[in-house]
Design a binder for this molecule. Structure first.
Ligand code: S3P
Length: 435
């Protein structure tokens, strides 16, 4: 479905954004292994999360929605091989976390995905997993479709993360819950820790300690996890779209309620503040072990900055939208250390460069860095974006069109349903013009 985003005269109001996608996947998976009934309030109801829930139901977990929207998970029951393929849609997180979690059971499952997911690298998960247990994964070149034959034996395992990937870290932790084995993970560069927080929340024997090169996470498996009640905060990665939209659109003043501000996720907010965005954290609080705040943001003229490579793990999904902010800023923005962008839902490195150029923004790149030259004026727009099944590319360029001189067109916005199903109606309700 094609959409066109036209100039807005200002975005105003108080809004709630969809619940955190990373935490929602983990809440479903971890509660499936906790012995008893867990309740999940504010689970994200998007296509990616439905893929995780459907897969868990297919292996025998009971998941129900109550009349008030709360999700009930009856966990700790016996798990069996699914009788049909597990369809992971567009969701790398569903696939990689479930590889880890399901590999510790003696079951067989076929994982399938859409065109975008079927191109994404899975060997980064499969290689270490098949050393930590005797599971087997058969595939062509490490891409979906993949047949998993779960483990008969699981071993103690110690591993140093070669890349700061929360999906890899979580897959390995989740593969060490059921059996009495030890998992030790060295994390030289820290990345989102929702799995560690949630395992702690339900009584797992997990410790996180600092050492000279980063964190060391130690998990002792084989203990019963306690069922838990969890309330999921809004997703900072979704909040980033209205926040940047308000920061670049004159006459804007919005408050985004209930946003998760886990310190390992807020690189986008630190960056925007460095660029001169007028941004306030209100009503800071802790909900189910995660820090949360309301975020108020006003329009202001942004300034170009250099975003260091070390910040990438804390804003890995936010580069497309920060690139939009940079194209409205005065001066040059350099985004460094972007190699992981090339293996997301699409090659986001390429999508950012092509999309900005197509809207009249001067943009250069070398191996892993992108340089965006802002001149403090609204870019021309008129770009036609091929979203390539990538929700964050589609949403970023719709946001761009809210403040460019001319409209921006996105060829297919269907992928937005994977994380932010009400994106268009929510934005139009605060003053955007997406038709
Ligand atoms: C996620 C981790 C990140 C992120 C993805 C969600 C998670 O991926 O890009 O959208 O929930 O663990 P990597 O682990 O590949 O960095």
């Amino acid at each position: 479905m094609k959409k066109i985003s036209k100039h807005s005269n200002g975005l105003n109001g108080t809004l709630s954004i969809p619940s955190d996608k990373s935490i929602s996947h983990r809440a479903l998976i971890i509660s499936s292994f906790a012995k008893g009934i867990s309740t999940i309030k504010n689970l994200l109801e998007s296509e990616d999360i439905i893929c995780t829930a459907t897969a868990l139901k297919k292996i025998g977990i009971e998941i129900e929605k109550k009349f008030d929207g709360t999700i009930i998970v009856k966990g700790g029951t016996s798990i069996h091989s699914p009788s049909t393929d597990l369809y992971m849609g567009n969701s790398g997180t569903s696939t990689r976390l479930l590889f880890g979690a399901l590999s510790q059971f003696d079951i067989t499952a076929n994982f399938m995905g859409d065109q975008s997911l079927s191109k994404r690298p899975m060997n980064r998960i499969i290689d270490p997993l098949t050393k930590r247990n005797d599971s087997r994964f058969s595939s062509k070149n490490g891409n979906l479709p993949i047949k998993m034959i779960g483990a008969k034996k699981t071993f103690d395992y110690e591993y140093t993360l070669p890349i700061p990937s929360a999906q890899l870290k979580s897959a390995l932790l989740l593969s060490g819950i059921i059996h009495p084995v030890k998992t030790i993970i060295h994390e030289p560069e820290l990345c989102r820790d929702h799995t560690e927080r949630m395992l702690l929340h339900c009584g797992a024997n997990i410790q996180v300690k600092k050492d000279l090169i980063g964190n060391v996470i130690t998990l002792q498996g084989g203990l019963d996890l306690k069922p838990f009640n969890i309330e999921i905060p809004g997703d900072i990665s979704s909040a980033a779209f209205p926040i940047v939209a308000a920061a670049i659109t004159p006459n804007s003043n919005i408050t985004v309620r209930n946003v998760g501000i886990n310190p390992l996720r807020i690189g986008i907010l630190d960056t925007l503040q460095e660029m001169g965005a007028k941004l306030e954290y209100l009503n800071k609080r802790i909900i189910s072990g995660e820090p949360v705040a309301d975020i108020r943001v006003f329009y202001s003229q942004l300034t170009g900055i250099t975003i260091p490579a070390e910040r990438a793990p804390s804003m890995i999904d936010e580069y497309p939208i920060i690139a939009i902010a940079a194209s409205f800023a005065k001066g040059k923005t350099i985004m460094k250390g972007l190699s992981e962008l090339k293996v997301k839902e699409s090659n986001r490195f390429e999508a950012i460069v092509n999309g900005l150029r197509g809207n009249g923004v001067q943009c250069n790149y070398n191996d892993n860095d992108i340089e965006i030259q802002g001149n403090g004026k609204n870019p021309c727009g008129l770009g036609k974006i091929n979203a390539k099944l990538d929700h964050r590319i589609a949403m970023s360029f719709l946001v761009m069109g809210m403040a460019t001189e001319n409209p921006v067109e996105v060829d297919d916005i269907s992928s937005i349903a994977t994380s932010f199903p009400n994106f268009v109606s929510l934005f139009n309700s605060i003053g955007a013009c997406i038709t």
